[in-house]
Design a binder for this molecule. Structure first.
Ligand code: MTE
Ligand code: MO
Length: 323
């Protein structure tokens, strides 16, 4: 008889469950307990921000900008010390407590290769982007497929602003984002995980006004644990669509196979739009836990951003849009 160890994502869990429940219940509870200690996490966050191992961007780019009122968060900001110490970043760990390990990921120099079906293939430098793109702040709700949520002020620029400069060919149908692979990432060689972490959007999704490239958080440079120095943010989709530490942007006419769909196509798809009515096979998506608080609130379709994005999916009613 073939006996094999169940992989994390095959382990049944009843309630709020990580994408890969590779760690046991006790550890889950320990991490949740740590995140609940808001005051403590706040102090850790402050110490971390001053760590010289995380160099701030060169030059005096102001990342502390007023939030655009066009995108009202509708709920309180998550405490900075919580949002920066409760993270998903499988290259580093399957636990949420990984921010210390990520401080070893060099943030400079940082370049992003642009290739595929695009008029202007090139290598972008993060500091050039910081200087040349018009930065703004957006407070967005973030909904992880594991049923936790946070509300974060991101600094960055609309994806559409950069994509228009790059000039994708008319034949491009998707844009694909790829995370760095670095010796600083302890999990990069782990079996079963199809690194580099990759995900993508249709061109129409990427050009939607909500789609955002992110270089800062809480008015400061984006910390490595949250995807620094360069990630993308699509607040109507589950968090796993939001690729951290981007080093490559490719334009293609084929739907990319994203990281989580490659791992488990029965549980994760390409679209991953938030919908409380379509449960994950192992848990409900009806509600979400606001990290750093004891609040549990109802989940909204498209994470409450339907007025911006529902039109993208007109006529596409299949439930796969929501996994
Ligand atoms: N490269 C990479 N990007 C990633 C992940 C990851 O494991 N690796 N996790 C995703 C998931 S599941 C979520 S919920 C968000 C978490 O972002 P945060 O740590 O800033 O909260 O990052 C997403 N981007
Ligand atoms: Mo997530």
């Amino acid at each position: 008889m073939l006996i094999r160890r169940k992989r994390g994502w095959e382990i049944a869990e009843s309630a709020v469950t990580p994408e890969a429940a590779v760690f046991d219940r006790r550890r889950v509870l320990a991490v949740a307990g740590a995140a609940a200690a808001v005051g403590m996490a706040g102090r850790i966050g402050a110490a971390m921000a001053a760590d010289p191992a995380t160099p701030a961007p060169a030059g005096a780019v102001n990342l502390n900008l007023p939030a655009d009122p066009k995108y009202p968060p509708g709920r309180a900001l998550t405490a900075e010390g919580v949002a920066t110490t409760y993270n998903n970043y499988y290259e580093f760990s399957e636990s949420k407590n990984l921010w210390r390990a990520t401080q070893k990921l060099p943030q400079r120099p940082w370049t992003v290769k642009v290739d595929g079906m695009v008029t202007k293939p090139q290598t972008l430098d993060i500091d050039t982007l910081l200087k040349t793109m018009k930065l703004e702040e957006r407070i967005y709700r973030h909904r992880c497929v594991e049923a936790w949520a946070m509300t974060v002020p991101w600094t960055g620029f609309p994806m559409a602003a950069l994509i228009s400069q790059l000039q994708p060919l008319a034949s491009a149908k998707y844009v694909v984002f790829q995370t760095a692979e670095s010796p600083a990432m302890p999990n990069i060689g782990a079996p079963f995980y199809p690194f580099p972490y990759t995900d993508g959007l249709t061109m129409a999704e990427a050009m939607n006004e909500l789609a955002f490239f992110t270089v800062g958080m809480y008015g400061k440079p984006l910390p490595p644990q949250n995807g620094g120095p360069f990630r993308m943010t699509t607040p109507w989709k589950y968090g796993f669509k939001q690729v951290k530490a981007i080093v490559r942007i490719s334009f293609t006419d084929k739907q990319p196979l994203n990281f989580w769909k490659a791992i488990n196509p029965d549980e994760y798809g390409f679209w991953a739009n938030v919908n409380p009515g379509v449960p994950h096979p192992r848990w409900s998506q009806a509600q979400e836990r606001l990290i750093g608080t004891s609040e549990i609130v109802p989940t909204q379709i498209y994470n409450g951003y339907g007025s911006f994005v529902a039109g993208l999916y007109a006529g596409m009613t299949h439930e796969k849009l929501f996994m």
